[in-house]
Write a protein that binds this ligand. Structure first.
Ligand SMILES: [Zn+2]
Length: 193
C-alpha cells in the first residue's frame, strides 16, 4: 500500500512523527497566510481548481491543510467550549486521528456570489449547491470527499462538503464510481489494518 492510501480515523491513529513521511511545502491560503501542504496534493489541487473554474466558472481556494498535534488540540478545546463534548467530537478530530496531520487533506472554500470566499462552517454549508458541482471533479485528480452526507454513520463525522483528501486516482475513482467512503473501500477491498 502506498503511503498516500493511509486510512486515518477515530480507530486508526497515527503518531506525531507520521507527517515526516510526506514532503510538505509552504503555500499561501485564501487569506494569503502561509500554510503547509503535501507536495503532490497541492500539484493535483491546482489542476483540479483550474478545471472547475474553466468548466463551471466556480472559483475554489484553500482554507487550510496541514495541522500538527498542537493545533488540532487547540481546535478540539475551542469546539468543546462552543458545542459541548458530545457534538464537538463529531465535528473535530482528537490529535492523532486527523488527516490534516499529513497534509493530504484540504479544507477548500468557494467564492460566494458577493465575491468573497466562504469562511465559517455556516457560510460553507450555505454554498452546498456549488460544492455538489465541485465534488464531481475530485476523483479525476485523485481526491475523495472524505465525509459525505450519506455516510455519516460510517465515517462518524458530520457531512463536510469542504474536506477533501488526496488518496490517488485508483482509490478515488473506485470510491466515486461505487459511491463508497474510504472506510467502506478498506473493508471491501483491503485486508483490515
Ligand atoms: Zn478538514
Amino acid at each position: 500500500m502506498s503511503k498516500f492510501e493511509i486510512l486515518i480515523n477515530k480507530e486508526n491513529r497515527i503518531d506525531e512523527e507520521f507527517y515526516k513521511k510526506f514532503k510538505l511545502i509552504e503555500i499561501k491560503n485564501f487569506e494569503n497566510e502561509t500554510i503547509k501542504i503535501e507536495k503532490r496534493t497541492y500539484k493535483e489541487f491546482l489542476k483540479f481548481k483550474k478545471e472547475v473554474f474553466k468548466k463551471e466558472n466556480l472559483e475554489i481556494n484553500i482554507l487550510n491543510s496541514f495541522r500538527d498535534f498542537k493545533e488540532q488540540e487547540k481546535i478540539c478545546k475551542e469546539y468543546v467550549e462552543f458545542y459541548g463534548e458530545n457534538l464537538a467530537y463529531k465535528l473535530a478530530a482528537i490529535p492523532g486521528t486527523s488527516e490534516h496531520h499529513t497534509g493530504l487533506a484540504i479544507d477548500i472554500t468557494v467564492k460566494k456570489d458577493d465575491g468573497k470566499f466562504a469562511e465559517s462552517n455556516d457560510e460553507l454549508y450555505a454554498e452546498d449547491k456549488k460544492f455538489l458541482i465541485i465534488h464531481k471533479y475530485l476523483s479525476k485528480y485523485g481526491f475523495i470527499l472524505r465525509y459525505p452526507s450519506d455516510k455519516t454513520e460510517i465515517t462518524k463525522y458530520n457531512y463536510e462538503p469542504w474536506h477533501i483528501r488526496y488518496i490517488g486516482k485508483n482509490i478515488a475513482k473506485k470510491c466515486f464510481e461505487k459511491n463508497i467512503c474510504l472506510e467502506e473501500y478498506y473493508n471491501k477491498y483491503l485486508a483490515k489494518i
